[in-house]
Ligand binder design. Structure first.
Ligand code: SAM
Length: 269
């Protein structure tokens, strides 16, 4: 039975609530995070505490960000964790992770079984704070993890891949079946680790142009770049920048996109 009720709480679809209950998976994730007592860990979407409890056991303090008022209230009154927990009852998309880092005096380690309906915009939000974050461990849809970890010349390679790998080293950690959650989601899941680069390998002068050139290229990924990027570059300019006229969006590396973005910064169309 795929019951919506777990530990006395009825899962709310609008908050992307699928609660982990498989102890082996939970232990696998906590082992991957490897929390140390003096580190500053922040969990996004603690829910009923499946990851919160085992992580909190290993650290002095834990901050959790939970949007669901009932769940935040439950955590504030947690029978044995409430003294260790700081509960931020807020949308994680609105949280300033730089401020959290400055308050703690150290970089933040972020983790969570993310609400799948907002996982991509949430990661884009977190990339803004890459220099305040030590690492991130997230449960996501398996397809999203594939996209995060993809290399060029593959179907999974896209704007999300480029932005994630621009800011972070990305690696898959483990795959998780729907049966590990209550209620079970319709899709397979996977855990990914993202470690922000200390020095960006391909820095751009203006992120706006990296986003813009990637969006435009991948929104029309079946077209050749000459056609997809026609409003940004003439075909002569593309050739001068070393781009094969017949290449498609998935054929360019992150370094190539950074090169195009930097040229556009200096030569806006
Ligand atoms: N960590 C728990 C677990 O593994 O069982 C719950 C994971 S559940 C997939 C996602 C959690 O994120 C829910 O507790 C949900 O209420 C919370 N949530 C949803 N949207 C959120 C947001 N914008 N900001 C913070 N938390 C959010």
């Amino acid at each position: 039975m795929n019951s919506k009720k777990h530990l006395g709480h009825t899962a709310r679809k609008r908050f992307g609530q699928n609660f982990l209950h498989d102890q082996q998976v939970i232990q696998g994730i906590v082992a991957a995070i490897y929390p140390q007592s003096d580190q500053y860990l922040v969990e996004i979407g603690p829910g009923l505490g499946a990851l919160t409890e085992p992580v909190a056991e290993q650290v002095d303090q834990l901050t959790v960000i939970e949007l669901d008022r009932d769940l935040a209230e439950r955590l504030r009154h947690h029978p044995f964790l409430h003294q260790k927990l700081t509960v931020i009852e807020q949308d994680a998309m609105q949280v300033d992770f730089r401020q959290l880092c400055e308050q703690a005096g150290q970089k933040v380690r972020v983790f969570g079984n993310l609400p799948y309906n907002i996982s991509t915009p949430l990661m884009f939000h977190l990339f803004n704070y890459y220099d305040s974050i030590q690492d991130m461990h997230f449960m996501l849809q398996k397809e999203v993890v594939k996209r995060l970890c993809a290399g060029p010349n593959s179907k999974a390679y896209g704007r999300l891949t480029i932005m994630a790998q621009y800011f972070c080293q990305v690696m898959p950690v483990l795959e998780v079946p729907p049966s590990a959650f209550k209620p079970a989601p319709k899709v397979d899941s996977a855990v990914v680790r993202l470690i922000p680069h200390v020095t960006l390998p391909h820095p751009v002068k203006d992120l706006y142009w990296l986003n813009r050139v990637c969006s435009q290229a991948f929104n029309q990924r079946r077209k050749t770049l000459r056609n997809a990027l026609a409003t940004l570059f003439s075909s002569e300019q593309l050739t001068a920048l070393g781009v094969d006229q017949n290449a498609r969006a998935e054929n360019l590396s992150i370094a190539d996109y950074a090169h195009l973005a930097n040229w556009l910064t200096d030569n806006p169309p």
